[in-house]
Design a protein around this ligand. Structure first.
Ligand code: BG6
Length: 478
């Protein structure tokens, strides 16, 4: 079937990975340890991710999936050649902050770290693939966490700005699309894995989180300013873990609950896109017992806004004023009541393509800046047939329905720079640490316990997405 509506010719089709989920080589060539390297696959995972273990350590009894990732560090040439065959116009990845600044607060960057990313981006350019680079996709150097308590300390802003400055300088001419923080709102739901924050006993968690977020917002605004100073070509965006909050019913109490949840979720993007704290901030802080320390000049700094709004979309959320007798799920770490109208993935993430159209319309209407959908995909178990084929038609179905909804949103009038599927290759799941929660067009032979050859194999969805890109989203059927 041909879907009539045509996307613009320069539409950026892509696929993504992140450094902490793919690179591995966690101590190679001078790289320092990051928060993600301390998050085990096993039982302690949740407690560490949520920041409930004050001083997490690497234990010999645990397996840490980020340590070897999918070995992108050593296989990037082979992987980028596959991306070229897939027809990607954009490859989204992130830079590992601790590969450039092993402790986070050095004055000079690690030359081997710089060389690695220069090689990666040069390899992309060789095939005409544009890199889209996130400066911080959840990983913070442990040095900054141990010394300063991560983002709760203002000193980390300077360290981040030095890091961002290094990236804009060293990768100038190779990268022009940037994001500051991946899913900045995840700091609310997963403070250690999202922002390196581990709590002390008795600490007011909301106070710490919002103060840390204030510092991240300042650092983000400074990075935006710097990016523009380096080159007029640089375009730099914020990044939201997207998905609208539906009221469970038309009971005004449920509707009001959804309004409040939307505000909480969009809080950081409101600042990054509009250049100031939203009108509802005062009340929100009062309700959460937060007394933000804002220094002279901070509010001016925040006035520098992003060029575009990027977001991930996996699922919508649903909220109720009365959660008694309702099933709760944690799709993409955000708590939600079960929506009786929707089916869910094997991991309980609801599947809601129309929700993507709804989210896109809401975001564009609210911010009036171009959107960029930088993550969308289905985590599922794949089976390798005896002859080596992988028939992931469920993934194709998910992606097809979401791309259709995305096109509908563009037809509605939403300005969209591109679509980036999560993920290009199978990689370590951010929430569960599993490999078996696979998202890729390219299969990676690695199991949950770290065993496997790490060899790569094209899935059926690889050939499907190849056609989608080639036809600029016109051919969506298998
Ligand atoms: C997003 C993150 O939240 O969702 C990715 O930016 C993550 O890093 C993706 O991998 C899918 O989530 P998960 O937990 O299934 O890996």
């Amino acid at each position: 079937m041909i879907h009539d509506f045509k996307l613009p010719e320069n539409f950026l089709w892509g696929a993504a990975i992140s450094a902490n989920q793919a690179e591995g080589a966690f101590q190679e060539d001078g790289r320092g340890i990051s928060n993600i390297d301390l998050i085990p696959h096993g039982q302690q995972r949740m407690a560490v991710k949520l920041g409930n273990i004050t001083h997490p350590k690497i234990l010999s009894s645990e397996y840490y999936p980020s340590h070897d990732g999918i070995d992108f560090y050593h296989r990037y040439k082979e992987d980028i050649a596959l991306m070229a065959e897939l027809g990607l116009k954009v490859f989204r990845t992130s830079i590992s902050w601790s590969r450039l600044f092993p402790n986070g607060d050095e004055r000079e960057a690690n030359p081997k770290g710089i060389a690695f990313y220069q090689n990666v981006f040069t390899e992309c350019k060789k095939y005409g693939i544009e890199p889209l680079v996130t400066l911080c996709h959840f990983d913070i150097p442990m040095g900054l966490i141990i010394k300063y308590g991560s983002w709760r300390n203002r000193k980390v802003i300077d360290c981040f700005v030095r890091y961002a400055d290094t990236c804009f300088r060293e990768f100038s001419g190779l990268v022009k699309y940037w994001l500051t923080f991946n899913e900045i709102n995840i700091v609310l739901h997963s403070p250690f894995s999202g922002a390196g924050i581990a709590f002390e006993e008795g600490e007011n968690k909301n106070q710490t989180i919002y103060q840390a977020a204030h510092h991240m917002l300042l650092a983000s605004a400074m990075a935006v300013k710097l990016a523009h100073r380096y080159s007029a070509d640089n375009q730099i965006g914020c990044m939201l873990a997207g998905g609208s909050f539906y009221p469970y019913s038309c009971n005004p109490l449920d509707v009001w609950e959804s309004v409040k949840k939307e505000q909480e979720n969009l809080f950081f993007i409101d600042v990054q896109a509009r250049g100031h704290y939203p009108s509802y901030a005062k009340k929100l802080f009062a309700e959460k017992g937060v007394h933000l320390i804002i220094e002279d000049g901070d509010l001016d700094t925040l006035k520098t806004t992003v060029d575009f709004i990027s977001f991930s979309y996996y699922a919508s959320r649903c909220v109720s004023s009365d959660i008694n007798n309702k099933v709760i799920n944690d799709g993409n770490v955000v708590r939600s009541v079960e929506n009786p109208y929707l089916q869910a993935s094997d991991w309980g993430w609801v599947i809601d393509p129309l929700g993507l159209r709804i989210t896109m319309n809401q975001l564009y209407d609210r911010y009036q800046k171009p959107l960029f959908l930088v993550e969308n995909g289905l985590g599922a178990k794949d089976v390798v047939e005896e002859n080596g084929d992988i028939f992931d038609s469920y993934r194709i179905d998910y992606l097809k329905r979401h791309i259709e909804a995305m096109k509908d949103a563009v037809e509605d009038g939403v300005e969209l720079m591109g679509y980036i599927a999560w993920s290009c290759l199978d990689l370590v799941s951010a929430s569960t640490g599993e490999m078996s929660k696979r998202y890729g067009f390219i299969y990676v032979d690695k199991e949950d316990n770290g065993s496997g050859t790490f060899s790569r194999k094209k899935k059926k969805s690889f050939y499907w997405y190849q056609k989608v890109i080639k036809s600029n989203g016109t051919v969506l059927d298998i």
